[in-house]
Write a protein that binds this ligand. Structure first.
Ligand code: HMG
Ligand code: MG
Length: 284
């Protein structure tokens, strides 16, 4: 049997959060519904952050209320603090995610806290998620390059990964937030991180600014990772990471890993439809 690679679809969140134009809630719901049909097990479609910081995600509760939930699909949401977690619980997100960074400059710009302050803030969030029995994922941003601080040391990434593990994150996603990571740097980072968490509990989250995302997927595959975050149509970026282009496109990761002999469980035709919808949102 072919080895399985899971693509964790982040387009409705990481993709759309970066669009300046207000996208209709009904369009977001239609996109998530199409993605549910494509066969994803996990779709990130909400972000309960401050609406002043990211206005595009202000309708996250309406999106979660409006989608047709498919059996077996986990609809995920970002939760930066207890207030976000309460909103995610109220909206019945199936899983939540806390998100930190390996560089001080990005941590400050993105969540208005130093790395240590953010980790302290996540402790009660993780405890409350655990008490409610809601699975929690972790993100580490800027795992190789930071738009403010430059190159990031692998040890700094490993430290944050260990903290998220200790808080109970079932998986930690490693973000090349500005898509400038070269494969050698990604490999060195993974070597350090794997001392803290096994490959089965890690995900690669590569933005494609420098056109290196698929090469970085290859490096991560060689290190044993089998989960990759991606966004249909290559939507996205991060409003607090200047120059960050889209996430690597889901269909590109699908085609790439399929050519290598992996199964993804996704329906390629439905994926193309979703990518078309996503691109229309971007260019409209
Ligand atoms: P702050 O200003 O320090 O927060 O922001 P605060 O606690 O002082 O609150 C300020 C105001 O925001 C208050 O309202 C709060 O009630 C409100 P006011 O009294 O002024 O009317 N507030 C909230 N409202 C709704 N939901 C909440 C919430 N929290 C506070 N959860 C904060 C700190 C973390 C809230 C802010 O910095 C923030 O929301 N940041 C999020 C930025 C963001 O969403 N970035 C993109 C996602 S991360 C990403 O894309 C990277 C990733 O893809 C991986 C990768 O690529 O590397 C995951
Ligand atoms: Mg991202």
């Amino acid at each position: 049997m072919a080895d399985f690679v899971e693509i964790f679809e982040v387009g409705p969140r990481d993709g759309l959060q970066n669009e300046a134009r207000q996208i209709a809630t009904s369009d977001k719901i239609a996109l998530v519904d199409c993605l549910s049909e494509a066969g994803f097990a996990r779709i990130e479609c909400a972000s309960f952050v401050s609406p002043k910081w990211v206005p595009q995600m202000a309708d996250s509760a309406e999106v979660l209320a409006g989608i047709s939930r498919s059996h077996g699909v986990s609809y995920a949401a970002l939760t930066p603090n207890l207030k976000g977690l309460e909103r995610a619980f109220a909206a019945k997100a199936d899983e939540v995610a806390i998100f930190g960074a390996a560089s001080e400059g990005f941590s400050r710009a993105n969540i208005n806290a130093s790395i240590d302050e953010s980790l302290a803030r996540f402790v009660p969030v993780s405890a409350a998620a655990k008490a409610a029995g809601v699975p929690m994922r972790g993100y580490v941003s800027c795992v190789v390059e930071c738009p403010y601080d430059g190159a990031v040391a692998p040890g700094a990434v490993a430290r944050v990964v260990a903290a998220l593990r200790d808080m109970g994150c079932y998986e930690v996603s490693l973000g090349d937030t500005i898509g400038r990571g070269r494969p050698e740097a990604v490999d060195a980072m993974l070597s350090a991180v794997l001392n803290e968490l096994p490959a089965e509990r890690l995900a690669g989250h590569f933005h494609d600014t420098g056109g290196m995302a698929l090469a970085n997927v290859d490096v991560a595959l060689a290190r044993g990772l089998r989960v990759f975050d991606a966004a249909v149509g290559g939507l996205g970026g991060c409003p607090y990471a200047p120059g960050a282009a889209g996430n690597v496109a889901t269909e590109a990761v699908h085609d790439h890993v399929s050519a290598l002999g992996y199964e993804t469980g996704l329906d390629r035709e439905t994926l193309s439809q979703a990518a078309q919808m996503a691109r229309a949102m971007r260019s409209a």
